[in-house]
Write a protein that binds this ligand. Sequence first.
Ligand code: GDP
Ligand code: IMO
Ligand code: MG
Length: 423
Amino acid sequence: MPVRVIVGSQWGDEGKGKVVDLLAAEADVVVRFQGGNNAGHTIENVRGKFALHLVPSGICNPCTMAVIGNGVVVDPAVLRSEIDELEGKGVSAANLRISGSAHLIMPYHLMLDGVVEAALGKDQIGTTKRGIGPAYSDKAERVGVRMQDAMDPEGFRAKVHRIMEGKLNLVRRVYGHEPVGLREECDRYVDAALGLRPYVDDTSLLVWQAIRQGKSVLFEGAQGTMLDLDHGTYPFVTSSNPLAAYAGVGVGIGPTYINEVWGICKAYTTRVGEGPFPTELFDEVGDKLREIGREFGTTTGRSRRCGWLDLVALRYAARLNGLTGLAVTKLDVLNDFEEIRVCCSYRLGDTLYPELPPYQAVFSRVEPVYETLAGWNEDISEARTFPELPAAAQAYLTFISSFAEVPLALVSVGPRRDQTIRV
Ligand code: GDP
Ligand code: IMO
Ligand code: MG
């Protein structure tokens, strides 16, 4: 049975949630392994429409175990309300498991995310302000609180308050900021974390046992390759590693157990927040993509920056993740374009870059070099097999897959589960 990782191959929001929800129907376990509630994964199925931030997108399948691995940073209040909302819509969270080693996002992380961004001024990253960077910083500094700390309620509360006092000092003295109601918020978060104790389990062991029993396991990446802390457009990245290689670390299994890696790639490109984006369009074509693709953030509601598909970045994602399959989503958004451009290399001055330049000083200044392909000018949202697609759409997909040197595995032609072509 496959042990498959699903990763974003661009700057996030590629449609990972839709693909995971679909594949979860065939999976015994779905695992989130990094990121936090900076993620917004939208799924649409017979149970309704859901915007998930922390709960794995397999939750709608009653037979699938949904695991939040140690590599995730968990905002306990957000997770609590997500569980309550799901249960309110008739989706049981009984199959949810949370790693005791997952770090917790606390109110002082949210506060710091805000003040640090404000202090950066024009150099700000444009984070989701969900406390992600500060929580991962504490983890690396070894001063974080983890889900397992909640097993000792009094010690946990005291630890959170002790850390909070230090953070209060920091924001007052360094940033000149006077927070209001932080103590009460910390108490609310401690209570929320205590309420999550029934879900805490040895998730590394659970996932390993499932693999050993020949079960199908799906790892659900959040964010995307170009937002990777090490290999993305630093510093305009997130604070975790969305790459497939991190799946093993983020739940605690060895890399040799993983046998498939699918990259999710939107048929064009979007980005939220600041940072370089060579194919960004500032004209009416960009507006058209945003409007038809409804490119507004699931987490923050921000407008997504839109542009043509960047195949140089996709090749990079194929290399960094070792992609074995490509899932192209939102192809239907291109229904109404006479011609479609794809970026096949970059240029800076007289230098042509067929691969992603390794230095940000170069990458932030490159211009895209495009090839133009024919549009199909018809509605493809009802197509369910590859041959049903118009010739130009088939040619577009074949071009993408051969350029990335990754076989096409799936095509998505609408947000619903059934609007999918398995190749
Ligand atoms: P994720 O973060 O990668 O899970 O992606 P998001 O959920 O943030 O953004 C993808 C958006 O596109 C969601 O609103 C999905 O419902 C929607 N979507 C996914 N696949 C398709 C598709 O093939 N066509 C269209 N039109 N929308 C899609
Ligand atoms: P999903 O899983 C798109 C972006 C933010 C910001 C940068 C750092 O839905 O694809 P952070 O809050 O992580 O410190 O912000 O990363 N970002 C995302 N962009 N999709 C996401 O998740 C994102 N998660 C973070 O906009 O530019
Ligand atoms: Mg998203």
